[in-house]
Design a protein around this ligand. Structure first.
Ligand SMILES: NC(=O)c1ccc[n+]([C@@H]2O[C@H](COP(=O)([O-])OP(=O)(O)OC[C@H]3O[C@@H](n4cnc5c(N)ncnc54)[C@H](OP(=O)(O)O)[C@@H]3O)[C@@H](O)[C@H]2O)c1
Length: 247
């Protein structure tokens, strides 16, 4: 392990979402020295509450992850505010399901851009500051759909599988630089199930889970926190399945 690990300066994209906000809270509650930059786009309410609860340590950071120029601007703002970034959690993403036969170009491209292109832009934006520090942690939030592609998710499954490939390649490129790159593959997360599911559908899905429950966001956040820690120094290029034993 590297002798002098810098204090962690963290950017979490999509930090107003269920998992992003839980991850930000986990960092803020478990590492008193860290600074957390909350990437936000249209909604701000959870991020604003965190910034108010942890003044001086949690900051909102407007970031449309599909725009390389927005990344450059966000990194500038973060650098000025609290020094060079050394942890990136690529968490922003969404799915828009459709059978491939009827999937529109917009559904295909939109999901690929937000879930895969954005991870490319983010990784590229943070490499230079991480290389300069010779220390960095990148955690990419993929999905179980990358490993076990459901019908109706050709766009999302392809994007998230692409994230795993990118993660493994980049991990090899940065292994000697003190920068680790890992991906997580969560299954269903409590409080973040697809909108419009009926109570019966949710119950039936829960019965299919070996643990008869979905993940609590904090159970996923704790893994991100560990992968972003100095102690996780020998884990890189991994795709960690967080599905309660489903697959
Ligand atoms: N929920 C699950 O069961 C589950 C399972 C496996 C993997 N995941 C993955 O976990 C991650 C977080 O999901 P979640 O459940 O927490 O979803 P969520 O509550 O819907 O949050 C998603 C966040 O991503 C942001 N976002 C989406 N596209 C963006 C873009 N182009 N630029 C900037 N921000 C963007 C959204 O911002 P806005 O406020 O602007 O919309 C929102 O804050 C996603 O990558 C998802 O694919 C989720």
């Amino acid at each position: 392990m590297n002798g002098a690990i810098p204090a962690r300066n963290i950017l979490i994209t999509g930090a107003n979402g269920v998992l992003g906000a839980a991850t930000a809270r986990y960092f803020l509650e478990h590492d008193a020295a860290c600074k957390v930059h909350l990437g936000v786009r249209s909604r701000h309410e959870r991020a604003q509450a965190l910034a108010a609860e942890f003044p001086g340590r949690a900051h909102l950071c407007p970031l449309e992850v599909t725009h390389p120029a927005a990344w450059a601007q966000a990194l500038d703002v973060i650098g000025t505010r609290s020094g060079p970034l050394n942890v990136l959690v690529n968490n922003a993403g969404y799915h828009e399901d459709a059978l491939l036969a009827s999937m529109t170009q917009v559904q295909w491209r939109g999901v690929l851009e937000a879930n895969l292109d954005a991870v490319f832009h983010g990784c590229q934006a943070v490499l230079r500051p991480m290389m300069a520090q010779r220390w960095g942690r990148i955690v990419n939030v993929a999905s179980l759909s990358a490993l076990h592609s459901p019908a109706g998710q050709a766009n999302y499954a392809a994007a998230k599988a692409g994230v795993l490939g990118l993660t493994q390649s980049l991990a090899k490129e940065t292994a000697r630089l003190g920068i680790t790159v890992n991906a997580i593959c969560p299954g269903h997360i409590e409080g973040a199930l697809p909108a419009g599911w009926s109570e019966e559908q949710v119950k039936a899905l829960r019965r299919e889970m070996p643990m008869r429950r979905f993940a609590q966001p904090v159970e996923i956040a704790a893994v991100v926190f560990f992968l972003a820690s100095p102690e996780a120094s020998y884990i890189t290029g991994a795709a960690l399945k967080l599905d309660g034993g489903l697959l």
